[in-house]
Design a protein around this ligand. Structure first.
Ligand code: SF4
Length: 492
């Protein structure tokens, strides 16, 4: 019999088939690209829990790998507050509860600790259903749960000096909300247990066949082996309804889409590019856009660090601190110069902004990829460091998003319906590649820098780590310069 944990249950609610695959065929289950990101989430959860425990007196820590029998022993001895007690039902449903408190009438109060700043009730992750799961397992073990609360971060909290747990955290009573959901969730838990213990399921397709790409998980290709290379799922912003219509006509490849099938203009361009096996380029539009840019052109990219628990005075939970910048500046005569800055400590980037301002001045156009991110960081920096407000406002008012060109005016079937720089660059400038770098994406940069400046036992060589971080950010802006060159050559 397979065990069902709360994490499994969340996965089941998102997709039964993917959980079945994980439980029954772990060898073929794809690990996915998000493991570093998930690791960070787990670390954050532990950190928040450390502060949540400070809200209670004399709690008993249950060792991480202790069995449900160990928990029972502690309860039988009269334990009042337990951290991480575990419980299991006869059907193999297993719960580890963040904090459990015995009330005066010998009933129990469950506290679930979350690193978010609100209670999530979306389809992907529903904190209320998580709590129902915990209550169910405890109830099945013969305990009466009279109260359930969620402890989450306070969005308004701003760190000043030592962190005070009851200012950092909010405790929200959700007992009444659970009443409405509870019996339905218990049915879902039973269905999940039954499903993962099925000996076979249909492995030749899964329900996401009728869903858009953003809903697919890493198991999509396992369940759908007949998906062609340039498939209808790659069409930018295609709706599930359209996918359904195409599937019903067995038109799974873009090349099979009939000419009269209704799609928006960008989608039609993509289809045309696939059918003709060549890029579709709107030269007049690109020329108009590029003519608006004023030299010098500053190709700019930030790297940022965000943590659930703020590490710096002035910051709130999950705020992004800009710790690194790379700028390639191109003048009208074709001269290219480079500026870079990487913070060595967890501190406000005052020196970095000053050096940046000295390098670029307030002139020309700033160019980034997916510019809303850089603009958002500049807005945060204006709030924290108002002495740079004029400079950062200039940047925000003179920023051009290079990605927009690849969203509508330069469509190449080899981008597979994406305008991410990681998809565009290998096609247009294959000699510039991220694949040789030790730090090769933003999550890795964040994690590497955070560990380097915060972990007293950091084992790597700091100089090498600095070099790796600088190389990654530098490549991001160099890539933009190269893509800008491609566009200039295209329109001339
Ligand atoms: S692609 Fe969708 S339906 Fe298929 S296994 Fe993944 S989440 Fe489930």
């Amino acid at each position: 019999m397979h065990q069902l944990t709360k994490t499994d249950f969340i996965q089941y609610l998102n997709c039964p088939e993917s959980l079945w695959l994980l439980k029954n065929k772990p060898n073929v289950y794809p690990n996915g690209e998000f493991s570093l990101f998930l690791e960070k989430l787990i670390k954050e959860g532990y950190e928040v829990e450390k502060y949540a425990k400070q809200l209670f007196a004399n709690g008993i820590n249950i060792p991480e790998n202790a069995s449900p029998e160990f928990t029972k022993g502690i309860i039988d001895k009269g334990g009042i507050v337990l951290y991480q007690p575990s419980f299991s039902t006869s059907k193999g449903v297993f719960a580890r509860i963040d904090i459990l408190e015995r009330l005066a009438d010998n009933t129990w109060h469950i506290y679930e600790v979350k690193s978010s700043t609100s209670i999530k009730t979306d389809n992907k992750h529903n904190h209320l259903k998580d709590a129902c799961f915990q209550k169910h397992v405890l109830t099945e073990n013969g305990y009466t749960v009279s109260k359930v609360s969620i402890i989450h971060l306070n969005k308004e909290y701003i760190k000043q000096g030592n962190i005070i747990a009851n200012e950092l955290l909010e405790v929200v009573d959700i007992t009444d909300k659970l009443e409405v959901l509870y019996s339905n969730v218990v049915n879902q838990i039973n269905a999940a247990s039954n499903f993962i213990n099925k000996e076979t399921i249909n492995e030749t397709e899964c329900s996401c066949k009728y869903n858009t790409r953003s809903n697919h998980c890493d198991s999509f290709n396992y369940f759908n082996t007949t998906i062609p290379k340039y498939s209808i799922y790659e069409i930018g912003n295609i709706r599930a309804k359209k996918i359904g219509q195409l599937l019903d006509n067995e038109q799974l490849a873009i090349i099979d889409i009939p000419l009269d099938f209704e799609l928006n203009i960008n989608q039609q361009t993509q289809v045309q590019s696939v059918k003709q096996e060549q890029p579709i380029i709107n030269i007049p539009n690109i020329r108009t856009e590029l003519n608006k840019l004023k030299f010098p052109l500053h190709f700019i990219d930030y790297e940022t660090y965000a943590s659930a628990i703020p590490k710096l005075d002035g910051l709130s939970p999950h705020k992004h601190l800009t710790f690194q910048v790379s700028i390639h500046t191109l003048t009208e005569d074709g001269t290219l110069t480079h500026f870079e800055y990487l913070l060595d400590d967890m501190k406000m980037p005052i020196d970095m902004l000053q050096a940046m301002q000295d390098f670029t001045g307030s002139n020309g156009t700033f160019i980034s990829w997916h510019a809303s991110f850089e603009i958002g960081r500049n807005k945060d920096l204006i709030e924290w460091l108002p002495q740079f407000a004029d400079y950062l406002t200039y940047i925000n008012e003179h920023t051009f998003d290079l990605e927009t060109i690849f969203k509508k005016d330069y469509i190449d079937y080899r981008f597979h319906g994406s305008s991410s720089i990681k998809k565009v660059l290998p096609v247009l400038v294959p000699e510039v590649t991220y694949s040789d770098l030790d730090v090769s994406n933003g999550t890795m940069a964040l994690d590497t820098w955070g560990t380097m400046v915060l972990d007293k036992d950091f084992k790597e060589d700091k100089e090498t780590t600095r070099k790796n971080l600088l190389e990654y950010c530098k490549l991001d802006t160099l890539a933009m310069v190269k893509l800008y060159d491609v566009l200039i050559q295209t329109i001339n």
